[in-house]
Design a protein around this ligand. Structure first.
Ligand code: NAD
Length: 430
C-alpha cells in the first residue's frame, strides 16, 4: 500500500482550536465596519454566510463496512467572484470553523484585490487512520456531494489542513468525470503536470518575504542584517526563511513542533533545510542552541514571523515580544486579546490576511492559466506576485494612515470596503 504520508500532510497544525473562531474573527470585522460606518443592511449581509452546505459522505471502508462522514462547504461571499478556499480533512472540523475560514478568505481575496469571493470546506474525519484508497473514496464522494456548487465560475477549492496536490487531483478528476470533459480550473494547488502553476509551492513564503521587505522600508529599517525569528519550519516558514535570508535578512532562530534552534550570528538556512530533510525535525541541529517555541517568540530580534499555528501570541506572552515587526505567516497567530498589547508596545504587525496572501494570489494565477490554457514561466509568476504584494501592502498602509488605525484593522477596512462597494453597485435584489 502507498505510504499514507505521501497523500496527506501529517502533522499539519489544527488551527483555530479553543475559542469560537467565527466570533474571534468577527470582533475585528465589527471594529473595522464601525470605522467605515458601514450601513446596517450591508453589515447584516456581510456578517452572514451566503450559502452553507452539509453533506453526508458514505464510503466503503477497506473492511467492507460502510462508514458515513460529515462534509461541509461554505460560500461566505461571492459578490466579487467565484468562491475560493481550501478543503480540510480533520477530526475537529466544525461548521463554525469552516464559516470563519470562508469569511477570512473573502477578506483576504479582497485585500489583494483578486476577483474571488471567500469559501472553505471540510470533512470530519481522522485522515491519519485512513488508507489511501479510503481517502480517495472520501474525496470523490464529498466532491460529488457538493458538485452543484463547484466550478471554475462558482467555487474553486484548494488544499488546506491534511489535503494536498494528490487530493486536488482527485477532486478535479471527479468533477471532470461528471462534466464529461477535463476541467482543470475547478481546483488550484494541483500538480504542475495537470494544470498547476509554477511557483505555487513557494508563493506564501515568497509573499511573506516581500511584505517583510516592504514593512522595513516603511519603518526606515535596513533589510541587510535585520534579525529574524521564524516559528514553524513547514511550507510557509521554511520557504519564507530561505527567501528572507537570500534577500539579506539574518535568520537567528527557527522552530518546528518539537522546538527551535538559535544562533545569534545567523543560521545557514540551506544547511538547516538539508538537516531537516535527513532528520525530519530540527532537534539536535549541531550549529545552534536549542530553544523552546515559547522562547522563540520572545527572542531578541527585529522581525518575528509566526508561521505555524493560530493563537500563539496571546495576552499572556505578547508583552514579552522584543521584535519591532511581526509578519503573520500563519492564519490567526495573534489572539484578539494580544492586539492591544502589541499596539501599545509599538510593534508593527502585518496581519495574516495580507502577509500570507501570496498563496491565494498564485492560486488565482493558476486559475487564470488554466482558463487561458497558456502557462507562464516561474519568473513571470514571481514578478506578478511581487507586484500584487507590494501594491497591497501600500493599499493597506494608505488606509491605516487615512483612518489612523493599525495594519490589521486597515486590512479589514480595505477588504470590507471593496466587498461593500461591489454589493452597492450590484444592488441588493432584496
Ligand atoms: P506545514 O504543515 O507545512 O508546516 C507547519 C510547521 O509548523 C511545521 O514545521 C510544524 O512542525 C510546525 N508546528 C506544528 N505545531 C507546532 C507547534 N505547536 N509549535 C511550533 N511549531 C509547530 O504548514 P504550512 O502550510 O506551512 O502552514 C503554516 C500556517 O500558515 C498555517 O496557519 C496555515 O494555515 C498558514 N497558511 C499556509 C498557506 C500555504 O500556502 N501553505 C497559505 C496561507 C496560510
Amino acid at each position: 500500500m502507498t505510504d499514507i504520508k505521501q497523500v496527506i500532510r501529517a502533522e499539519k497544525p489544527v488551527f483555530l482550536g479553543g475559542e469560537n473562531p467565527f466570533e474571534a474573527m468577527m470582533s475585528r470585522f465589527d471594529y473595522a465596519a464601525q470605522v467605515l460606518k458601514l450601513e446596517p443592511g450591508l453589515y447584516k449581509v456581510l456578517r452572514n454566510p451566503e450559502k452553507t452546505i452539509t453533506v453526508s459522505v458514505p464510503i466503503m471502508m477497506d473492511s467492507g463496512e460502510v462508514e458515513v462522514f460529515t462534509g461541509y462547504r461554505v460560500l461566505y461571499n461571492t459578490s466579487r467572484g467565484p468562491g475560493k478556499g481550501g478543503i480540510r480533512f480533520d477530526k475537529n472540523v466544525t461548521m463554525d470553523e469552516v464559516t470563519a475560514l470562508a469569511a477570512w478568505m473573502a477578506w483576504k481575496c479582497a485585500v489583494v484585490n483578486i476577483p474571488f469571493g471567500g469559501a472553505k470546506g471540510g470533512v470530519v474525519c481522522d485522515p491519519l487512520s485512513m488508507s489511501v484508497s479510503e481517502l480517495e473514496r472520501l474525496t470523490r464522494r464529498y466532491t460529488a456531494g457538493i458538485i452543484n456548487v463547484l466550478g471554475p465560475d462558482s467555487d474553486v477549492p484548494a488544499p488546506d489542513v491534511n489535503t494536498n496536490e494528490r487530493v486536488m487531483a482527485w477532486v478535479m478528476d471527479t468533477y471532470s468525470m461528471h462534466k464529461g470533459h477535463t476541467v482543470t480550473a475547478v481546483v488550484t494547488g494541483k500538480p504542475v503536470e495537470m494544470g498547476g502553476s509554477l511557483g505555487r509551492r513557494e508563493a506564501t513564503g515568497r509573499g511573506v518575504m516581500i511584505v517583510a521587505c516592504e514593512a522595513l522600508k516603511h519603518l526606515g529599517m535596513q533589510v541587510n542584517g535585520a534579525r529574524v525569528a521564524v516559528q514553524g519550519f513547514g511550507n510557509v516558514g521554511s520557504v519564507g526563511a530561505d527567501l528572507m535570508q537570500k534577500a539579506g535578512f539574518t535568520i537567528v532562530a527557527v522552530s518546528d513542533v518539537k522546538g527551535g534552534i538559535y544562533n545569534a550570528k545567523g543560521l545557514d538556512i540551506q544547511d538547516v533545510l538539508e538537516w531537516r530533510t535527513k532528520n525530519r525535525y530540527l532537534e539536535n541541529y549541531p550549529k545552534a542552541e536549542a530553544i523552546s517555541n515559547e522562547q522563540l517568540l520572545a527572542i531578541d530580534c527585529d522581525v518575528l514571523v509566526p508561521a505555524a499555528l493560530e493563537n500563539v501570541l496571546t495576552a499572556e506572552n505578547a508583552g514579552d515580544v522584543k521584535a519591532k515587526v511581526i509578519i503573520e505567516g500563519a492564519n490567526g497567530p495573534t489572539a484578539a486579546s494580544a492586539d492591544e498589547i502589541l499596539e501599545k508596545k509599538g510593534v508593527f504587525v502585518v496581519p495574516d490576511i495580507l502577509a500570507n496572501a501570496g498563496g491565494v494570489t498564485v492560486s488565482y494565477f493558476e486559475w487564470v492559466q488554466d482558463r487561458g490554457g497558456y502557462f507562464w514561466d516561474e519568473e513571470t509568476v514571481n514578478s506578478r506576485l511581487q507586484q500584487i504584494m507590494e501594491h497591497s501592502f501600500k493599499d493597506v498602509l494608505d488606509v491605516s494612515k487615512k483612518y489612523n488605525v493599525n495594519m490589521r484593522i486597515a486590512s479589514y477596512i480595505l477588504a470590507i470596503d471593496r466587498v461593500a462597494k461591489v454589493h452597492r453597485l450590484r444592488g441588493m435584489y432584496a
